[in-house]
Write a protein that binds this ligand. Structure first.
Ligand code: 2P0
Length: 318
């Protein structure tokens, strides 16, 4: 029995689209920041008395179909057939809209591989987590990480980037904490299949990943922020151009972007990004968090969360 913790991550350079849906190989590399305040704890216990895998999330019994597919990978690597009892708790503020498959599969990959007696190095663990959810490949690591798109199962993994001296902070603005109208997996596939902008997205985003790694190494906040906004907007532009056309933007989403641009015009280093939902995440530096929060508070008041960079996935109990 093993309990592991993994933290969510927010992509600065986005992953959007698979060229192999089974292996979860992405069309582009991505770059992310793991967050301290939002994480998943998962306990895995292999038990020979179980006829099927059991899964409980936040105290509620769940269907184990996806879990079983993932555990089969672990069992295959470990040479066992034993079923498991899996208990998972998301530590994100209630209804923050941040519960993430990234922290979930990174914690599950670590707990399950450990409980099955496997000793995986970070790269093998990242590749395993990737098979559950692409973004989980990055949540194996703390701080900044790059997920190399690679060309096959062995070469598509994440690894940590050198720490920046910049005191990065992420300010999460909860525009709408309700369920998403369309899940990212289906929308991603439809964007690849139908968006005329998708090929342009691939070309630009891969170049942006390389540029971001250089900007992070140089502690170049204006370039880091510029590339962050551009990757998000280009991803959302490709989504809008898909058939059927769709957008996650809501009126308040745009209000946040306008606030960000206004703050920046007054000299505050703050940059916006968005994932598969209407909530906006703002990248800024610790000394500017109070100014950013003050600008948001008239409209968003209790709907703003701040996080520092967080640590790598780790075993809590064995
Ligand atoms: C990311 N997102 O890079 C991008 C940006 C959402 C927008 O990764 O299908 O749950 O399980 O591989 O990782 C969300 O998608 O997708 C995601 P699957 P995942 O963070």
């Amino acid at each position: 029995m093993t309990t592991a913790r993994a933290h969510t991550n927010i992509a600065l350079i986005k992953y959007w689209g698979k060229r192999d849906a089974d292996l979860i190989l992405p069309y582009t590399s991505s770059v992310s920041l793991t967050l301290a305040d939002f994480y998943t704890d998962t306990r895995v216990e292999f038990d020979a008395r179980l006829a099927t895998d059991q899964f409980q999330l936040d105290g509620q019994a769940q269907s184990a179909a996806k879990l079983t597919r993932f555990l089969d990978l672990v069992r295959g690597q470990a040479g066992i057939t034993t079923r498991a009892r899996v208990t998972s708790t998301n530590h994100v503020p209630t209804a923050a809209g941040l519960a993430s498959s990234a922290s979930a599969y990174a914690a599950l990959a670590l707990a399950a591989s450990h409980a099955a007696g496997l000793t995986l190095d970070d790269r093998a663990l990242s590749r395993l987590a990737r098979r559950g959810s692409g973004s989980a490949a990055r949540s194996v690591f703390g701080g900044l990480a790059v997920w190399h798109r690679g060309t096959d199962d062995a070469s598509s993994y994440a690894e940590p980037l050198p720490a920046t001296t910049l005191p990065l902070r992420m300010v999460v603005v909860m525009v709408n904490a309700g369920p998403k109208p369309i899940g990212s997996r289906d929308l991603m596939a439809n964007t690849v299949a139908t968006s005329p902008y998708y090929p342009a997205w691939v070309t630009h985003n891969e170049a942006a990943a390389t540029a971001m790694i250089q900007a992070l190494a140089a502690d170049d906040m204006p370039t880091i922020g510029h590339l962050t906004e551009q990757s998000a907007m280009q991803m959302h532009a490709a989504i809008m151009a898909a058939d059927p056309a769709f957008t996650y933007f809501e009126p308040e989403t745009l209000a946040v972007w306008q606030t960000v641009h206004r703050l920046r015009a007054s000299g505050v280093p703050v940059y916006a990004t968005m994932d598969a939902g209407p909530n906006v995440k703002l990248l800024t530096l610790a000394p500017h968090v109070a100014t950013v929060c003050a600008a948001l508070s008239p409209q968003f008041d209790q709907r703003v969360l701040v996080s520092a960079p967080g640590p790598a996935a780790r075993v809590l109990e064995d």
